[in-house]
Design a protein around this ligand. Structure first.
Ligand code: PLP
Length: 450
């Protein structure tokens, strides 16, 4: 299909997610046609290094025949059947076993969903049912973080702390509140990172006491806040938060939708930070994005209570444990494991990216360059003052658009530029990514002066 014909159909009928419909109608879309390895290709012949692995999900890279074959074989055998009424099927049973094998020792069960948002809806219902079964129905409050992202359904956006999402579409789910994020560059530079990490944990404790120390069910957070701006917490943060949660007997929900499946150089971000979460929502890298699938890994404490109590859990989705999605996810995990990709991120690619990415810190437009595993961020600042830009300039969006034309997908969250490339990226491709990022920064600086 011709570029313009595709754009015209799209403009006429397609409402895109997280998009200004009017502006997109005026500007039109880039048409992506195919992809291989770490590169996507558009209809005009451009090859673009996908520094975001799609939406943080194509961990195994594009074009893996093994995943295509796993889907085709499963579709021929049993394309769909539900898991509601005392039925199961081999791919979902095998995937459940594999996930529990990879997860921390205290995690031995999984509830499947179709997406990360559905996983977080499941979390909210499971947490509240857990405390009701424990005879503590007063434990109702769930605490999330400002600027956290847990999905786009009503429960997902309520757990998340993105103010513009709360402002649209009616009231949020009641009984959810948000505390400050451990975003040192944005909010804590008047103290050392370590002092700031402890202050964020202290703010959590303060909120717990305000709500009533017996009334809080769970705290939900991403090990590293992804969509909020690749926010790596100071080293003091998670140990201090863990201590607060233990003191008041509050469940920890670690949202692994981005951090899971190797992104930080461990199977789960929780393992990198030494967390033992009660619940771990997963999606994205679970299937490397080849098919939609998500779930909640459930620790023994919660799972044993739900199982032993008996009585139906009135919750589930048509596509909970979809056989074809499960077969692809299982093959994806097998390939990540067989090819030693998680270890390579930990021992080689993560440290290499850290070294090369840090070099961008010398650019006049960059206030901080940080990375962990294969996730990185650049904080754009005004070269004249070294301070953050006036929001109206939209330096981040400008840089993102320039990046695309230089041949790199880099995402902007305000004036924070983010990368999260496929985990199969090579050292040479990391060099190319850093070179393209620098080129885009140069051009952005140039245009901002003009
Ligand atoms: N949780 C986190 C941490 C995410 O980053 C996302 C999506 O970006 C979600 C949940 C929602 O997942 P989905 O878009 O599959 O519903």
């Amino acid at each position: 299909m011709q570029t313009q014909a595709c754009q015209a159909l799209d403009r006429a009928h397609h409402l895109h997610p997280f998009t200004d419909f009017k502006a997109l109608g005026e500007e039109g879309c880039r048409v992506i046609t195919h992809a291989e390895g770490v590169y996507i290709h558009d209809s005009e012949g451009h090859r673009i290094l996908d520094g975001m692995a799609g939406l943080w999900c194509v961990n195994l890279g594009y074009g893996r025949r093994e995943l295509v074959e796993a889907a085709a074989a499963q579709m021929a055998e049993l394309p769909y059947y539900n898991t509601f009424f005392k039925t199961t099927h081999p791919p979902v049973a095998r995937l459940a076993e594999k996930l529990c094998d990879l997860a921390p020792d205290h995690v031995n069960h999984v509830f499947f969903t179709g997406s990360g948002s559905e996983a977080n809806d499941t979390v909210l219902r499971m947490v509240r049912r857990y405390w009701a079964l424990q005879g503590k129905p007063e434990k109702q409050w769930v605490i999330g973080r400002e600027n956290g992202y847990h999905g786009s359904t009503v429960a997902g956006m309520s757990l998340g702390g993105m103010a513009p999402m709360h402002d649209q579409g009616g009231p949020c789910v009641p009984g959810i509140t948000h505390v400050r994020q451990p975003y040192w560059f944005g909010e804590g530079r008047d103290q050392s990172p370590e002092a700031f990490g402890r202050a964020c944990a202290a703010a959590l404790e303060e909120r717990i006491l305000e709500l009533g120390e017996d009334n809080v069910a769970a705290f939900i957070a991403e090990p590293v806040q992804g969509a909020g701006g690749a926010i790596m917490p100071p080293a003091s943060y998670w140990p201090a938060v863990k201590a607060v949660l233990a003191k008041y007997d509050i469940l920890l929900v670690a949202d692994e939708v981005i951090c899971g499946f190797g992104r930080l150089g461990a199977w789960f971000g929780s393992q990198h930070f030494g967390l033992e979460p009660d619940l771990m929502p997963i999606a994205k890298g679970l299937s490397s994005g080849y098919l939609p699938i998500g779930g909640v890994l459930v620790g023994d404490r919660v799972a044993d209570t739900l199982i032993e109590a008996g009585g139906e859990f009135f919750h589930g989705f048509t596509y909970s444990g979809h056989p074809t999605c499960a077969a692809v996810a299982l093959k994806n995990l097998e390939l990540l494991e067989a090819e030693g990709i998680v270890e390579r991120v930990r021992d080689d690619l993560g440290p290499y990216l850290a070294e090369r990415w840090a070099e961008l810190g010398d650019h006049p437009l960059v206030g901080e360059a940080r990375s962990l595993g294969l996730m990185g961020a650049l904080e754009l600042v005004d070269p004249a003052t070294g301070e953050r830009f006036d929001k109206a300039l939209s330096a981040g969006n400008l840089c993102r658009d320039i990046c695309f034309t230089t041949g790199l997908v880099m995402r902007s969250v305000g004036d924070t530029m983010i990368i999260s490339p496929p985990l199969v990226i090579t050292r040479d491709e990391i060099d190319e990514l850093v070179r393209l990022a620098r080129q885009a920064l140069d051009e952005t600086a140039h245009r901002l002066v003009d």
